[in-house]
Design a protein around this ligand. Structure first.
Ligand code: CAA
Length: 258
């Protein structure tokens, strides 16, 4: 499909999706979010793709939802159209792993989009924030819930109430991002991580995504029970037999997603 606000490239089992509204610091408007939802759905359905990387520009992953698009909307517009709800739900239904590679600003909806990915690798220039409070609103694509789960209540309240930005170092210390690298290395680091994931059994990587996300959705006891059943279920796959045989036979596994 041809897109105007994102660029999609497929390289060695990985779909690299680049947000591309440079004049608006990749602000998330309806068109971009719709195109992004379609692109991740396509990647999810493609036999060629086993992992997805989502990135922006060096200056901005995304500076938030598009304020200019939202400014004149009424409650009725927002509620009737389920503003951002439709696209966010489509994005969250993707079963293959998605890595966010964040450089520069990841603010408001940009921070929320990064948090909707499975993990975040940041350039040391990254700045995360939920500054919606400065616009007289609050986060609207999961920020109050996800940031709180990532970094805890105190820091999340601080970010949402003051609108201050968090740099990459603080984001790594508080568990928001998994790794911080030099800006020049960001894309290579994220692509290398994605390639590594792409070498695994897709059945197992999808099971990891599904199961880790249960930690956000349910109680500890139910999550552990879910994990146990999922672990046991993977013994119905050829990839489990291959993975364990390859270890015993001291060779690389040949996973076939079966
Ligand atoms: N929406 C629309 N346009 C945006 C934008 C946004 N979120 N962020 C930046 N832009 C536009 C600017 O308006 C500007 O366009 P013009 O040249 O036409 O004026 C262009 O991108 C470049 O931005 P700046 O000139 O402002 O760049 P800067 O380097 O001086 O500042 C910034 C960078 C600090 C990120 C600043 O752009 C900024 O504060 N942006 C808004 C951040 C924000 O409030 N985000 C939250 C949005 S609300 C939201 O996301 C709701 C939700 O949860 C769903």
């Amino acid at each position: 499909m041809a897109y105007e606000t994102i660029i999609v490239e497929i390289a060695d089992d990985v779909a690299l999706i680049t947000l591309n509204r440079p004049d608006a610091l990749n602000a998330l408007n309806s068109q971009l979010l719709g195109e992004l939802a379609s692109a991740v759905e396509e990647a999810d359905a493609s036999d060629k793709v086993r992992c997805i990387v989502l990135t922006g520009s060096e200056k901005a992953f995304a500076a938030g939802a598009d304020i200019k698009e939202m400014a004149d909307k009424s409650f009725v517009d927002m509620y009737r159209d389920n503003f951002f709800g439709v696209e966010a739900d489509r994005f969250l239904r993707v079963r293959k792993p998605i890595i966010a590679a964040v450089s520069g600003y990841a603010l408001g909806g940009g921070c929320e989009l990064a948090m909707m990915c499975d993990f975040i690798i940041a350039a040391d220039t990254a700045k995360f924030g939920q500054p919606e409070i400065n616009l007289g609103v609050i986060a609207g694509i999961g920020g109050t819930q996800r940031l709180t789960r990532y970094v805890g209540k105190s820091k999340s309240m601080d970010m949402h109430l003051t609108g201050r930005f968090m740099n990459a170092e603080e984001a790594e210390e508080s568990g928001l991002v998994s790794r911080v690298v030099a800006p020049k290395k960001l894309k290579d680091e994220a692509m290398a991580a994605a390639q590594k994931i792409a070498e695994k059994s897709l059945l197992a990587t999808m099971a990891v995504k599904d199961t880790v996300n249960r930690a956000y959705e349910t109680t500890l006891a139910e999550g552990i029970n879910y994990e146990r059943r999922m672990f046991q279920a993977l013994f119905a796959t050829e990839d489990q037999a291959e993975g364990m045989a390859s270890y015993v036979e001291k060779r690389e596994p040949q996973f076939r997603d079966k």
